[in-house]
Write a new protein. Structure first.
Length: 406
């Protein structure tokens, strides 16, 4: 991450860091592992619960998170339902770029523009995640333990949990795993061979990109790589997040170098080459795995005796559009509601945790499965993307397509 991006998040976020992290107790009611959107949303939703909550993260914020940087309107709507002040504070976040429209460019060059009703924006995760953590710091009594790496889950169950961390042992009644795609919490509660990440992506920041619309996210498709797409998302201050995501099975079968492929797209794609001819890349091109949700077959468990999983740890990324901040925020809020029920009844058994799993399935899982089916259908039929863009030129058909992918 270039220094110029890092310096934008000034010490106003952290000069007032509480000292309790250095002298924090070791016993809590709730241990939130991971201070990204899922963990922060859960902490915000537990505000006023009277529970002793610790939020730990291996990093010191601000920290970069490889992502497309799109903050969907559903995430902002869910946070505003908790407290309208959260949405107001995030609206003042800088840098950010409003995302009112999306432009889809089919392999043949025909394009389609969609218009979104819910306010949304793009902002580097370096800034957005730090802003969410600032809300937790200002509005809750959560003990925030940055620079605290989870080493091992020593014990977890209905009777409580013990976590081994870089700060020593922490105890809690419930552990909520919000620790990302490679979740250590998940690996402990769901032992066995790790599931491969079904999608991989690369991302880089650019400036001086020609014809960069301030309020439009762009998606580009290719006949050669229909099982994925290239994106160009403005993130404010004349910069954009540019990336490429493909199914892992395609990358492995064709031995694709995604970083090289992204560079080739920007240099040769008819709609992109001219715009990036004089662009300047800021920092390296970085890659990551995306734990897509919605795959057929048995769903990954997201709850058990003394534990819950949220966000990427629960594999909740949308397979069609690749976004996961909204599902992370919603899952964190749903987890907080389950925790309130658990402590009210003093029941932390696996059976009592199942309402959370049911809500995840109803409010998130169904949409993910639909997106997965559409993604698989489109990636196996080269003509389908072209046909969808062509027929969607008709206004009422375009509205139908927008409802399907929103």
């Amino acid at each position: 991450m270039p220094h110029s991006l890092m310096s934008r998040v000034t010490c106003r976020y952290f000069c007032a860091m509480p000292t309790e992290a250095a002298v924090a107790p070791t016993a809590y009611d709730v241990l939130l592992v991971g201070a990204g959107p899922a963990g922060a949303a859960c902490a915000l939703a537990l505000r006023g619960s009277g529970l002793r909550v610790a939020l730990l993260d291996k990093a010191t914020f601000p920290r970069d998170k490889i992502c497309g940087d799109a903050v969907p309107g559903a995430a902002l709507k869910a946070l505003a339902r908790l407290d309208s002040a959260y949405r107001v504070a995030l609206s003042d976040l800088r840098p950010q770029s409003s995302a009112r429209h999306s432009r889809l460019v089919a392999p043949g060059g025909r394009s389609l523009e969609l218009h979104w009703q819910l306010p949304a924006f793009n902002s580097p995760r370096l800034d957005f995640d730090a802003a969410l953590l600032k809300l937790v710091r200002e509005h809750t009594d959560t003990v925030i333990l940055e620079n605290t790496a989870l080493r091992a889950v020593a014990e977890i169950g209905a009777a409580g949990a013990r976590l081994s961390t870089s700060r020593g042992e922490l105890r809690g009644r419930v552990v909520v795993g919000c620790d990302g795609a490679n979740s250590l919490v998940r690996r402990h509660v769901l032992p066995g061979p790790a599931r491969p990440q079904p999608c991989v992506g690369v991302r880089a920041y650019f400036e001086n990109v020609a014809e960069l619309p301030a309020d439009t996210t762009e998606f580009y498709f290719s006949r050669d790589q229909l099982a994925g797409y290239c994106w160009v998302f403005p993130v404010g201050e004349g910069r954009c997040n540019v990336g490429l995501g493909l199914l892992t099975e395609v990358v492995s079968a064709q031995k694709i170098d995604l970083k090289k492929l992204l560079a080739d797209w920007l240099a040769r794609h008819p709609a992109l080459a001219g715009r990036f001819a004089h662009a300047r890349q800021l920092g390296p091109t970085l890659g990551w795995g995306l734990p897509l949700g919605g795959a057929p077959g048995p769903a990954q468990p997201v709850a058990g005796a003394g534990w819950l999983l949220c966000g990427d740890a629960a594999a909740l990324i949308d397979p069609l559009q690749g976004h996961g901040i909204d599902t992370a925020v919603l899952s964190g809020i749903l987890a907080a509601a389950q925790l309130r029920r658990c402590f009210a009844q003093q029941d932390f058994s696996a059976d009592f945790m199942q309402p959370y799993a049911a809500e995840i399935n109803q409010k998130i899982g169904r949409n993910l499965r639909r997106s997965h089916r559409i993604m698989r259908l489109a990636s196996a039929r080269p003509w389908l993307v072209e046909a969808a863009v062509a027929v969607a030129q008709v206004p009422w058909l375009r509205r139908g397509l927008q409802r399907i992918i929103s």
